[in-house]
Design a protein around this ligand. Structure first.
Ligand SMILES: Cc1cc2nc3c(=O)[nH]c(=O)nc-3n(C[C@H](O)[C@H](O)[C@H](O)COP(=O)(O)OP(=O)(O)OC[C@H]3O[C@@H](n4cnc5c(N)ncnc54)[C@H](O)[C@@H]3O)c2cc1C
Length: 404
């Protein structure tokens, strides 16, 4: 082996752990460095821990035996070493950044303190520590305000409601999960949360978080209305964690820029997962992070044709509890003029299925409440094969699970 003798991976999240495991299987020595004190875990399932359905052990990832617990604070590109917060230096031939994302903290006066510590009762929702902190604070009857109505905010609001909290969700735009869902699917998600007792305010901007004695007391809206709050969850999105790459002088735009071999502007440094930007896209989702890890493992093991050419990503959210609620969305869920749309709604059962077709190709779809057909649809979408002209197979795709 030539340049792969010492592969060092920064970040023991979904992408870093997958890469380290694959490299282990391929016989490439690897050092995985992660700052979190918990056993590596599947972040996607944190809401299930918060809801009380899973213990933290259940969502642990099968991590490689060798994990160095440390925070990397610097990269010496000329000397090819990384430096950790405790002063340790680790040498590499190939370095991989798998540093993930940071939560976006909204610019509210009440959140700022000189030491960057959030007021008591205010939590982000990104790490196991965030989840355990929230879990400890939630009790039946606690007043919780979730700021943000995307995938994260919806999962957090639902989990807190299942734990008996009185939850208000404040969403700035006009509907929930607008990045993934069309208006009809958003309405069903809204109905589902409302049925669980969550109070939802859309087109509602939060102006401030009010604290007394360092602890949160209320959340103030832009119209001056104040909501009492014992707990506040910040679910306002994420941004790629690119600080290390930036101070090391790598090419960083939204994320760390990588080519089809996941190579950054330094040929000895690669990047994967939420922190990487490939072909203009930062995905911020689990499937692309895992696919990038798999391709990079092949590449570092010396397979010359290992290339990452992008992920057509399906977002799947399974919200289980007393009432299961599944949804999946892929591609473009809103039609452009000239597109064909096939839509099936069952208001009584709360199910909704829709696909968008452009020039005989499936370009997107959304399924709520009934996911039996998701596998067949995803395959038709990923394959990007032309669909037969008479429309019947499409309807078949929407109504038959195709054995998936
Ligand atoms: C609550 C929640 C629900 C989600 N639900 C879904 C979902 O339903 N579907 C979906 O596709 N995606 C979902 N996501 C997003 C998904 O979790 C991410 O896309 C995925 O985790 C990205 O993997 P990653 O390895 O790039 O980053 P991460 O999993 O964030 O891992 C990065 C790791 O690197 C560590 N690290 C960073 N910098 C350093 C450093 N300097 N030194 C040492 N360690 C460092 C971090 O502490 C972290 O452990 C969800 C995310 C959250 C938080």
């Amino acid at each position: 082996m030539t340049s792969n003798t010492r592969v060092v991976v920064i970040g023991a999240g979904l992408a870093g752990v997958r890469l380290a495991r694959r490299l282990g299987e391929l016989g490439v020595p690897v050092t995985l460095i992660g700052e979190e004190e918990h056993r590596p875990y599947n972040r996607v399932l944190l809401a299930e821990v918060l809801a009380g359905r899973y213990s933290p052990d259940v969502i642990a990832l099968p991590a490689p035996a060798e994990l160095t617990r440390a925070r990397v604070t610097g990269i010496d590109r000329a000397g090819r070493t990384v430096e950790c917060a405790d002063g340790t230096k680790i040498a590499y031939d190939t370095l991989v950044l798998a540093t993930g994302s940071n939560p976006v903290l909204p610019p509210l006066r009440g959140l700022f303190s000189p030491d960057h510590v959030l007021p008591e009762g205010v939590h982000a929702f990104r790490t196991m520590d965030d989840c355990l902190g929230l879990s400890k604070a939630v009790r039946p009857g606690v007043k919780a305000v979730v700021i943000g109505g995307g995938l994260l905010g919806v999962s957090a609001a639902r989990a807190l409601a299942l734990r008996g909290a009185q939850v208000v969700l404040a969403q700035q735009s006009e509907r929930l999960m607008e990045r993934q869902l069309d208006p009809s699917a958003s309405k069903l998600v809204r109905r589902h949360l409302t049925d669980l007792g969550v109070e939802i305010h859309t087109e509602c901007r939060v102006r401030d978080v009010r604290c007394v004695g360092g602890a949160v007391r209320s959340v103030e809206m832009s119209d001056g209305y104040a909501l009492d709050a014992d707990l506040v969850v910040l679910a306002c999105g994420v941004h790629p964690r690119v600080g290390l790459a930036q101070i090391s002088g790598l090419d960083v735009r939204k994320g760390v820029v990588v080519d089809d071999e996941l190579r950054t502007s330094d040929p000895h440094i690669r990047a994967i997962g939420d922190c990487a930007q490939h072909d203009g896209t930062v995905y911020g989702l689990a499937t692309p992070a895992l696919e990038q890890a798999d391709v990079l493992a092949e590449s570092l093991a010396g397979r010359a044709n290992a290339r990452y050419t992008g992920t057509r990503s399906l977002t799947r959210l399974t919200l289980t509890g007393q009432t299961a609620f599944d949804l999946a969305a892929f591609g473009e869920t809103e039609a452009l003029p000239g597109d064909d749309v096939v839509q099936l709604t069952d208001a009584t059962r709360g199910t909704y299925r829709k696909v968008v077709v452009r020039d005989d190709r499936l370009v997107g779809g959304v399924l709520v409440g009934e996911l039996g057909t998701v596998g067949a649809l995803a395959r038709a979408w990923e394959g990007a094969e032309p669909l037969p002209a008479d429309g019947a197979p499409l309807l078949h795709l929407l109504t038959n699970d195709g054995g998936s």
